[in-house]
Ligand binder design. Structure first.
Ligand SMILES: Cc1cc2nc3c(=O)[nH]c(=O)nc-3n(C[C@H](O)[C@H](O)[C@H](O)COP(=O)(O)O)c2cc1C
Length: 116
């Protein structure tokens, strides 16, 4: 399933000017999407209709100066150093997290891919 999602992302995102990262774990997808607002809105609407996931939530919208993943149509990571356990996620840790806390795993992931 992840392979199918990533292949769509890598096929479509470059032409929309979108980059980002998708952290995939048994209990969640956590995705950072960067690019022009209109392109992000259109992509997000499409992703929301995708039945390969459920309980979709928009956690943070932020204007950012520089992209974290300028050279990745969609970087994927299956062994992220997320500090939230599955139990934390199930009891609302993501909704309670601050913007800095939500971005932290992506900043670490970006740092682990120099030039990325
Ligand atoms: C968690 C998740 C993340 C996704 N991320 C992207 C993405 O970054 N770009 C993309 O084009 N499709 C993404 N998709 C797939 C879209 O929902 C949709 O299936 C796809 O864009 C359709 O593209 P196609 O018409 O070229 O097959 C994602 C789906 C899921 C479940």
């Amino acid at each position: 399933m992840l392979a199918g999602i990533l292949s769509a992302a890598r096929r479509n995102n470059p032409q929309m000017g979108i980059t980002g990262a998708l952290v995939c774990r048994a209990d969640l997808y956590l995705q950072l999407i960067e690019g022009p607002v209109d392109a992000i809105d259109a992509l997000y609407a499409r992703i929301c209709e995708d039945d390969r996931h459920a309980n979709i939530e928009l956690l943070l919208t932020e204007g950012m100066g520089e992209r974290l993943f300028p050279n990745w149509a969609m970087l994927d990571d299956e062994a992220p150093s997320l500090f939230w356990s599955a139990a934390d996620v199930a009891t609302g840790a993501l909704e309670a997290a601050s913007p800095d806390e939500l971005l932290a795993p992506f900043i670490r992931l970006s740092a682990a891919h120099p030039g990325g």
